[in-house]
Design a protein around this ligand. Structure first.
Ligand code: PRT
Ligand code: ZN
Length: 210
């Protein structure tokens, strides 16, 4: 039996559950239960916080997972990715107050930047020879400039209205993300076979949606 970890509640959970259902797999939705067994495919579904999913799959507690690439790469396990799933598209962007002058990434030299993505941002800045002071905070990153915590932020953007509403201007795209299927690297032959069946169905669902 395969164990698949998906987000319990949040931006990924509905699309993740819909994808599995459209693969013809029946199961009970996330409620108070943290796991459920599919009735017509050898699959057990674990409902977790998205941040915990890469580590669980890396350690083999779960065989598979569905998570945002942003969370996967930030966790340090990019090699677990099997394939992109085409939903929850967003970007990780740098933003500064609307009135701040910004011409190029050089302007971030020595600047305080608030983010929940120190690894991805740190790699991006290092590749460009920029040394900034990263302040890692876990939420409400957008308010950091207005409360004097940082001069810039790096956060997930989709429509851009949150940045706008906080008087911020997007200046660089650091990373583009979508939901991805991930898998433990040491699956047994039986589990690999089941993964292939699941991938085959997921690809058929995506072709049918187009
Ligand atoms: O509780 P748990 O830890 O499981 O969930 P979470 O709160 O950490 O994550 P959640 O559900 O908010 O997001 C899950 C994943 O959805 C993220 O890791 C991204 O891969 C993806 N995603 C897609 C987004 C967005 N779009 C998005 N817009 N994640 C967050 N946002 C935020 C954004 O940071 C901004 O603050 O939503 C706000 C609105 O965005 P705008 O630009 O449309 O205004
Ligand atoms: Zn989370």
């Amino acid at each position: 039996m395969l164990r698949l970890a998906i987000q319990k509640s949040g931006r990924l959970s509905e699309d993740s559950q819909n994808l599995i259902r459209e693969c013809g797999i029946s199961f009970l939705a996330a409620s108070s239960k943290l796991k459920t067994e599919a009735t017509n495919f050898p699959l057990e579904i674990l409902y977790l916080r998205d941040d915990d999913i890469p580590g669980y799959v890396q350690d083999g507690v779960a065989d598979l997972g569905i998570v945002g690439q942003n969370v996967l790469v930030e966790a340090g396990f990019p090699n677990l990715e099997v394939e992109g799933l085409g939903f929850s598209k967003c970007r990780l962007s740098l933003a500064v107050p609307r009135a701040a002058t910004y011409d190029s990434i050089e302007d971030l030299q020595g600047v305080n930047i608030a983010t929940s993505y120190p690894r991805i941002l740190g790699d991006y800045l290092t590749e460009r020879g920029v040394k900034a002071n990263l302040h890692t905070i876990s939420g409400s990153v957008e308010i950091a400039p207005s409360i004097g915590l940082a001069e810039a932020i790096c956060d997930i953007v989709s429509s851009g209205s949150t940045l706008l509403g906080n008087g911020l201007r997007e200046v660089e795209t650091v990373f583009r993300s979508e939901a991805v299927l991930i898998a433990n690297q040491n699956l047994s032959a039986e589990k690999k076979e089941l993964l292939e069946q699941l991938q085959f169905r997921m690809q058929a669902v995506r072709r049918a949606r187009r």
